[in-house]
Each structure stands twice: as structure tokens, then as C-alpha cells.
Design a protein around this ligand. Structure first.
Ligand code: GRF
Length: 203
């Protein structure tokens, strides 16, 4: 399975995936990393791991279609099998999403379907929820709404702050993303319609 990771920022999830490929926990290869942000630290992480990188700066394209056409071209060139969004901060058009349907996953820092969109930790604190976490889902045209593959939960404590909660959820992400990518690489996950199966069992 040939994996391409799409990033925009720090790339701590990318790092967790790189590490898991190196230890053999994920039996697949990250064949490339694409960033829409030229100076994202994630690119540095990829370079340190000798993974090919490509910057596709959305600001240099007239519209989303042109930006995504270039992404499609690179993904095809790398013969991608699985696209992993890891802190990739561009909304993708239905045309692009549908083209890679069942082949593209995202990690989102909330217990979906709660808190789609941005600033999830602050919203959880403001609401006073007792539980929070992260979700990994197949990407569909509707933002943060695709079929969920796995979630990890943390309890929100009275003394939690934006910083502690962000860190706790990120730690969960760094465990959960490699686990799910390992399942997919091993052929254990199937998406049929909008239902997800692990080892043939509906989740
Ligand atoms: C993660 O919290 C992820 O859930 C969200 O963006 C963040 C990316 O962090 N989509 P990193 O770039 O992987 O460190």
C-alpha cells in the first residue's frame, strides 16, 4: 500500500506515522508528503525521513479546481493507494473527494459528529463537556462527516485548559492514527456505502 500524507502544519501526526512505518507496525510505505504551506514543519520531518515532498501552494493557483488538479497529478505520479490527511487545512471539493472515495482518511480533534470544523478544544471547554477526543473518518464531500473508523476518548477534568486538552487529544491522535493506518494497510478495513467494516464486522 502506497501512502501519501497531506499536511499544512507541524506534522506531529505525520511523525507518528513515519515512526510506525519504520518500526514495521504499519506495513506500508509513505511514498510522499504534500503540503499546501511552503514552510510547514511537517516538510522538514519528511525530509529527515527521506520521504519525497511536494509543496503545492494553493495561493499560486487561480481556483480550487486548478489547485486540486495539481494535487491529483502528483498523487497519480506517486501511484497513491491511501491518502492520509494529517492537519491538512484546505477544504476539498466534491469532485476531488469523490475521485478518491474510500481511499482518503482524515483525523479530526473531536468526538464526531460533535464539533465539526475548527477550534474544537475551546468549544468543548466552553460547553463544559465531560468527554472529548479524536475521530478518524473516511473523507466525504461534507466536511468532517464521513463514515467513522475509530475514536479515542479522554475525560475533561475541571482543571483542564486549552493547552492541556490540546496536548491530551494530540497524544490520543498519535496512537490512533498509526493503528488505523496499520489496519487499512493490512486490508482489514472496508467501506461499503457509508458503513465501515473491520475484519468483516460492521463498526
Ligand atoms: C491535529 O490535531 C488534527 O486533529 C487536526 O490538526 C492537527 C494537526 O496536528 N486536523 P499535526 O500537524 O499533525 O501536529
Amino acid at each position: 500500500n502506497r501512502i501519501v500524507v497531506l499536511v499544512s502544519g507541524n506534522g506531529s501526526n505525520l511523525q507518528a506515522l513515519i515512526d510506525s512505518c519504520q518500526t514495521g507496525r504499519i506495513r506500508a510505505e509513505i511514498v510522499g508528503v504534500i503540503s499546501n504551506v511552503p514552510h510547514a514543519y511537517a516538510l522538514e520531518r519528511a525530509r529527515l525521513a527521506n520521504i519525497p515532498t511536494q509543496v503545492i501552494d494553493h495561493r499560486k493557483y487561480p481556483d480550487r479546481a486548478a489547485f486540486e488538479a495539481e494535487m491529483s497529478r502528483v498523487l497519480q505520479e506517486w501511484q497513491v493507494g491511501l491518502i492520509v490527511l494529517a492537519g491538512f487545512m484546505r477544504v476539498l471539493t466534491p469532485a476531488f473527494v469523490n475521485r478518491f472515495s474510500g481511499q482518503m482518511i482524515n483525523i479530526h480533534p473531536s468526538l464526531l459528529p460533535a464539533y465539526r470544523g475548527l477550534h474544537t478544544h475551546a468549544r468543548v471547554l466552553a460547553t463544559g463537556d465531560k468527554m472529548h477526543g479524536c475521530s478518524i473518518h473516511f473523507v466525504t464531500a461534507e466536511l468532517d462527516a464521513g463514515a467513522i473508523i475509530a475514536q479515542a476518548i479522554t475525560h475533561v477534568m475541571p482543571n483542564d485548559t486549552l493547552e492541556t486538552l490540546t496536548q491530551e487529544v494530540q497524544e490520543l491522535e498519535h496512537h490512533l492514527y498509526p493503528l488505523v493506518v496499520a489496519w487499512i494497510a493490512a486490508g482489514r478495513i472496508a467501506l461499503l456505502g457509508n458503513k465501515v467494516y473491520l475484519d468483516g464486522q460492521e463498526l
